[in-house]
Design a protein around this ligand. Structure first.
Ligand SMILES: [Zn+2]
Ligand SMILES: [Zn+2]
Length: 376
């Protein structure tokens, strides 16, 4: 469900307005400070209204995980304070320590502001106490995006249409990556299609001043770990995203070996949707991610955060590990249409949740640096 927190002196009025919004089909509960509704699409939403004085404490309380909140209460207690969703109190007098924002609340506990994404008790409290929190990547840091499907394979738009829209959104470069020939169900590209696409991209690039389209492919990783074209042919491209799209039912060892073999190919730039999970419908295949991450760190393989909301693959917990191992991350929309370019923001959210800073994310390189990176 979705939880919404609001602050007002007049909770009734806010809740009345909320429960009569046109998208609300059913009011499932109503109290003095909380209203529960169901929306047209079936999603449940709880609205809680607190006083402006209580808002920072309540916001913090409802944002973090249980583990984060428990540790925060321990820290407060060690300072002789008591903390809950209603306030921060001195133990004896029950006197409220006034905080007008979450920033004030963290400050009162001797730490720097912890962004909501990090509130999981995964080291963020210790880091905040030592003023060592990462400066998380932001959408304004993103200079380019990769992993697009055009109507050459199963996308809905031409390369020119995709490029125009990506450019319009302020990016400086993009990377085409249609499906490879083994993905016949997605109209994967034969070698002659790729050559035709390369010509088309060269033609477009010759017209752009401040924009560049990189030439790539999303190559299937075949069962023996080889890519879908010869190494000699792959030389024509700027980059390769290697992905598993078939034969998911392999035992863990074989699947790990399959992906690991693909990483040995000098043309593999990055791994696409590394576990193959589809949220709420399909678990990822069996794969030893510790081994894959170890190999990525050793070989310099980039790991994708596939930003499609059905995937969000690599999971943010593994993103955090990858970051700690010095592995470069790339946030890819895997867009099959113009509207799916917006998926990028979900990927940024996952990168932030995995503690990524600008330096960890390949999309933040400027055009010269990314060119150099791809051709090394
Ligand atoms: Zn794919
Ligand atoms: Zn794709």
């Amino acid at each position: 469900d979705i939880d919404v927190l609001a602050s007002s002196e007049d909770a009734e009025k806010v809740m009345d307005h909320f429960s009569t919004l046109p998208t609300v089909v059913d009011v499932t509960g109503k109290g003095h400070t909380k209203t529960s509704v169901r929306l047209k699409g079936g999603i449940a939403v709880d609205l809680r209204v607190v006083s402006p004085e209580q808002y920072p404490y309540a916001l913090h309380h409802f944002t973090g995980s249980k583990e984060h909140n428990t540790k925060m209460r321990h820290i407060a207690k060690s300072m002789g304070l008591k903390m809950n969703e209603y306030g921060l109190f001195s133990d004896e007098g029950n006197e409220n320590i006034p905080c007008s924002s979450e920033e004030d609340l963290f400050k009162a506990l001797g730490m720097t502001y912890i962004p909501p994404e990090l509130r999981e008790d995964m080291g963020e409290i210790e880091a905040a106490l030592e003023n060592k929190l990462p400066k998380l990547v932001e959408s304004k840091d993103m200079l380019g995006i990769f992993h697009f499907h055009s109507h050459y394979s199963d996308g809905s738009n031409s390369i020119a249409e995709l490029a125009e829209e990506v450019k319009r959104q302020g990016y400086r470069y993009m990377g085409m990556a249609d499906h490879s020939r083994s993905a016949y169900y997605a109209r994967g590209l034969k070698e002659e299609d790729i050559l035709r696409q390369i010509e088309e991209i060269d033609e477009l690039n010759s017209k752009y001043k401040d924009f560049h389209i990189f030439k790539g492919i999303e190559s299937d990783i075949l069962t023996d770990g080889s890519l879908d074209y010869s190494n000699d042919f792959l030389k024509n491209l700027d980059f390769v995203i290697a992905s598993v799209h078939s034969q998911f039912r392999m035992d863990k060892e074989s699947m790990t070996k399959r992906i690991s073999t693909a990483m040995d190919n000098p043309h593999t730039t990055m791994l696409g949707h590394i576990t193959g999970r589809l949220l709420l419908s399909r678990d990822g295949y069996e794969v030893d991610l510790d081994k894959i991450l170890g190999k990525a760190a050793q070989k310099g393989t980039v790991l994708e955060i596939n930003a499609n909301p059905h995937r969000l693959d690599l999971d943010w917990r593994w993103v955090k590990k990858a970051k700690e191992m010095g592995i470069r991350i790339m946030i890819n929309p895997d867009a099959h249409s113009l509207s799916e370019i917006a998926y990028t923001s979900f990927g940024i959210a996952m990168a932030r949740k995995g503690w990524c800073e600008k330096k960890d994310v390949l999309n933040c390189l400027d055009i010269d640096a990314i060119k150099k990176f791809l051709h090394n």
